[in-house]
Design a protein around this ligand. Sequence first.
Ligand code: FES
Length: 160
Amino acid sequence: MESSQLESILKGRSSQPHLLIEVLQDVQECCGYVPEDAMRRISEILGVPLIEVYRVASFYKAFKLTPSGKNIITMCMGTACHVRGAQLLADQASGHLKVEPGEMTEDGLFSIEHVNCLGACALGPIVTENASSHHHVTPSKLRKLIDKLRSEEEGGACNA
Ligand code: FES
């Protein structure tokens, strides 16, 4: 995050600790996550102890503390999806992309996230990528989906 962006977000909010969540939301929206240096600056300007800024930023799932990949693979790990093989899919995604949930691939193209329920339990296991939802996902479908996304990123033909 460029410091001018952060200063713009903080402008007019000096010494107003009650604006912490609002400021964190603005940083998240601007940057895609809340960087550590931004938390330090927010602490200074709002007059909120750094530990409190970190506590709030790490408590709410809406805030990310690390950058996300360009493509976010969200895997439902709720009960209905779990009994239909979500853990197998999660293991496969981590193995295929070589990242754990919450991490980003080295090339910055992918992140994996786990959620508890996406609200379509009867169609599980559910996986979403970016704004698209996929139901009754199998290991084969998941691999093809990831390969297709990677191929699109590389400008090549679809492998699916
Ligand atoms: S448990 Fe997966 S959609 Fe509800």
